[in-house]
Design a protein around this ligand. Sequence first.
Ligand code: TYD
Length: 200
Amino acid sequence: MNLTQKSVFIVLEGLDGSGTTTHSRLLEGFLKNEKLKVHLTQEPSKNEIGVLLRKFLKDNSIPPTTDALLFAADRDLHYHNEIKKKLDEGYIVISDRYLESSIIYQSLQSDEISIDWIEELNKFVGQPDLTIILDIDPRISLARKSGALEKFEETPFLDKVRDLYLKRAKKKGYFVINTDDIIEFTQKQIQKIVINKLKK
Ligand code: TYD
């Protein structure tokens, strides 16, 4: 397809069950197939703060402010020790969730938490070059989940998450893709956006 290798930071975002993990992996496979250097990562990250956060996702007694601070710390470490390094080496980096997840989930978790505060906490990390929001009705996305649900995985909360993602997408000019459709169709739409970015 003749795509140019360049360091592009791509983030896939969306509410729980929207398919960010599936589509990040498929996108990685597509780009590798094009002989491009790709680094796939996710948040919460694999570092120790990320591992702690995964545990806290099952614990409703953790104050939302603690979550916000830890997600910011996890991201700070993740960005400086992993993402930035890979970008500097010329890789395309795909992150399954990033800063926009904190802006959306943590600001909705508590009236005390403002988007401004989240942005302030996260002001030392780099911004993505491309953000794609996967949009879906939470009633459909939750039906896809198996096993015990984590703390944000309930319809009334995810309705708010969805609304805020769409509002932020409009404000920030993020791409929005509906993911009710068959996986291959959604993935093709994601690839189209990414190809466009790599051709420029
Ligand atoms: P998720 O992608 O759902 O992980 P998995 O599919 O492996 O269960 O992400 C975990 C949850 O973490 C999700 O509900 C959103 C939440 N989250 C935040 O609240 N803030 C953040 O900054 C991030 C990165 C995630």
